[in-house]
Write a protein that binds this ligand. Structure first.
Ligand code: KIV
Length: 262
């Protein structure tokens, strides 16, 4: 899709009913994200999400999914070394994932990139995740925009290139300046999926509950409530129409706007 210039619309799902609606609305990819720690469990961070939680939700989403690519998030502490990472990636694949996602990169022994390389060498496709890494929120000092300083931006670009070189298939870029999202997207051949990373990414992802405006509390600037403006026309199901509006906005480069970008 990247090489054909078609934008990629990605949404999170954690259960069968929403998975069916997301497919009906024509999203390209479904992510069973560890964001379920917030929207399902009501926790302030994703740190308490376990492999068992991920497997439980993955099985239900995979059961309902017909044809959409399905990514499974590797939760906190599930990839502390390459052997553990491979074992847990296999469990997510056995539960129905087509690809697994890990946060972070780095280079050399003990790095996340080493675990990613090991997973890929064992024929499991991987999605990377750079920028704001929710599993490192404590080290990052909170949910803050990443890559504003030149050194941090250069490191992120180098990490993205390294992930591409070891065989990663796509990279989520979270909460970074739109200009950096564009630079990284132009510098690599694999697709970038932005969440608060500007409209120049090759695709966009949102947490479904944020898109529907049902997540309690203050939401990040990059979120847009598509249910608020969804129309009941052509289809009586407002939720499907809200998701369709997101998919269309992504495909037509209308989301995110400057209002949802940094
Ligand atoms: O867990 C998740 O839902 C994610 C997305 C926000 C990209 O990682």
């Amino acid at each position: 899709m990247k090489s054909q210039g078609e934008k990629i619309a990605v949404l999170t799902s954690y259960d069968a009913s929403f998975t069916t609606r997301i497919e009906q609305a024509g999203a390209d990819v479904i992510l069973v994200g560890d964001s379920l720690g917030g929207v399902i469990h009501g926790q302030a961070t994703t740190l308490s999400v376990t492999m068992d939680d991920m497997l439980y939700h993955m099985r239900h989403v995979a059961h309902a999914r017909q044809q959409t690519l399905l990514i499974g998030d590797m939760p906190y502490h599930s990839y502390e070394n390459k052997q553990m990472a491979l074992e847990n990636a296999k469990r997510l694949m056995d539960a129905g994932a087509d690809m697994v996602k890990l946060e972070g990169a780095g280079i050399g022994a003990g790095s996340v990139a080493e675990s990613i390389e090991h997973i890929i060498k064992n024929n499991i496709p991987v999605c990377g995740h750079l920028g704001l890494l929710p599993q490192s929120v404590e080290e990052l000092g909170g949910y803050k925009v990443q890559g504003r300083e030149q050194a941090a931006a250069e490191k992120m670009l180098a990490d993205a290139k390294h992930l591409e070189s070891i065989g990663v298939d796509m990279i989520v870029l979270e909460c970074i300046p739109a200009a950096l999202g564009k630079t990284i997207s132009n510098a690599i051949n694999i697709a970038t999926i932005g969440i608060g990373a500007g409209v120049e990414c090759d695709g966009q992802v949102l947490v479904l509950y944020d898109l529907l405006g049902i997540t309690p509390g203050k939401l990040p600037k990059f979120v847009k409530n598509f249910l608020a403006t969804a129309s009941a026309e052509n289809n009586e199901n407002l939720i499907v129409n809200a998701i369709k509006d997101f998919v269309i906005a992504v495909k037509q480069n209308q989301f995110p706007t400057a209002e949802q970008s940094y």
